[in-house]
Design a protein around this ligand. Sequence first.
Ligand code: PLP
Length: 399
Amino acid sequence: MKFDPASNIQDLLQFGEFGGVNPSITDSATYTFMEAQTMTGTFEGETEGCFLYSRHWNPSNKFLADALAAMEGTECAWVTASGMAAITSTILQICSAGDHIVSSVTTYGGTFAFMKNYLPKFNIDVTFVDITDLDAVKAAMKPNTKMVYTETMTNPLLRISDLPALSKIAHAGNAKFVVDNTFTPLMVTPAKWGADVVVYSMTKFINGKNDCVAGAICASVDFVNALSSVIDGTAMLLGPVLDPLRSSSILKNLHTLHIRMKQHSYNAMYLATKFKAIGLKFNYPGLPEHIDYDLLTKLLNTEYGYGGMISIDMGIAESANELMERMQIAGVGYLAVSLGYFKTLFSNSGKSTSSEVPKETQEEMGMSEGLVRFSVGLDNDIERTYQKIEKCLKDMNLI
Ligand code: PLP
């Protein structure tokens, strides 16, 4: 049977305490026990279904985590207060002092900064590679490599990671394969292609409302148990837990993710086709001329399209800035970082979300200083939006 992540979410029977169609929100930090022995057992991880303290587990967080695990086809999940909390907890759970990571050089700037500037404190060494060069990934593996890390669709260049090939390389070296799937929820199911841990910034498409930051870790029961162990679990001891009120609202938004992803993809494909027609330099992995089109086509759960992310190359930062300011005034969307919102957002990656990446590294990875990354919104009439963009380009004498 076809793997259908949206139907897997839909099929869950999650009720509220009094039969509410939405699960009840548990806004308690601590939980009472009728018998002292049960509390002791819960501390020792022996009681199934008992809650102890909300930094450890909370029923509202469990509902959302179960829905995410259903979406990803993983045994289990854990929800965090931000995407960075999901990423950093996962890394610190897997790696100890003296270990080594092979990571894509093109990742979200915060991830890059954590690996490059923060992990040396713990004597964890990272080799950054062009993740699309499988020989380079193989060559970077060392006996102490504990993790291969990538994003399904890399930020901001929109290259695609060959997940099955990378998982093979990681597993041949006894390393975990960790994938950030923030740009491509529902579209790609990394666990199906061999990822051991899938991380998300739920701040983006999954929540889709830009009203909070949140993250998720989808993995095996063993991994989530280790992560939340009261003795030595990274998430339990560092404490980046998601607030249950937020969990509850994200869960409701998760149920419309399939409709939103289809519209984001439809709108981005429309813009890409128009950009192509007017000869603009752009990146969209949904058109056959994109270098990773075939690979993405192979990895996709097809019905959700090729995603809502598109970038255009304006050559220099000044032109990128002028275009973004004009587009904001014209009502195309907002000049803002982040993505996955119902309105279109655009930013110059090199000067914003990837500004943590040194200029030489940006050049090495082929990132132009004039790159404008769009997260295309849910616009009802995308032709009208395109006409606004076209007018801005004409006013700049670019077309
Ligand atoms: N991963 C990706 C691909 C991102 O784009 C971001 C944020 O922009 C993050 C992780 C970090 O997530 P958060 O801002 O929720 O901590």
